[in-house]
Design a protein around this ligand. Structure first.
Ligand code: HEM
Length: 138
């Protein structure tokens, strides 16, 4: 579970990333493909466009932290679509590590241990819903 303090930390730090979303997306994909070059082949559409979609979706999730039950169906559908993209359960940990690294670079000093913990909880919540849904028929 995520605490109210963690929600606030995620929401306030995300607001600091939004103005540098393009840079953050580029940092994220560079890092992701550095950690696991084999993932590059899964991304067939334009990486800039893909980065924008990813940032939008994280933004939706961050705003949705106040009413998680409302966004669960959309996150489940996202998880099911990821099966079609060739995404496997183990890839979620790789994406987590690239995302946290990106936040660290993007936030600088604002990336404190409680912020890291709050983002880990948030990402794990989303990833668990996506992974569970990918194992269930719609
Ligand atoms: C919390 C976790 C994640 C979020 C919020 C997320 C978000 C998104 C969004 C919004 C899209 C756009 C297409 C759509 O809406 O169906 C997308 C596509 C995609 N995602 Fe994710 N994703 C996550 C995890 C992952 C993971 C773990 C991988 C594994 C490498 C991955 C790989 C991809 C690929 C390959 C595509 C399609 C790219 C293309 O069409 O070229 N995603 N993701």
């Amino acid at each position: 579970m995520i605490t109210p303090e963690q929600k606030l930390l995620v929401q306030s730090t995300w607001a600091q990333v939004v103005p540098i979303a393009d840079t953050a997306a580029a940092l994220f994909y560079n890092r992701l493909f550095e950690i696991d070059p084999s993932l590059r082949a899964l991304f067939t559409s334009d990486i800039k466009e893909q980065g924008a979609k990813l940032m939008t979706m994280i933004g939706v999730a961050v705003r949705g932290l106040d009413r998680l039950d409302e966004i669960v169906p959309a996150v489940q559908a996202l998880g099911r679509r990821h099966v079609g993209y060739g995404v496997k359960d183990e890839h979620y940990a790789t994406v987590a590590s690239a995302l946290l690294w990106t936040l660290e670079k993007g936030l600088g000093e604002a990336y404190t241990p409680p912020v890291a913990e709050a983002w880990t909880v948030t990402y794990t919540l989303l990833a668990d819903v996506m992974k569970d849904a990918s194992r269930q028929p719609a």
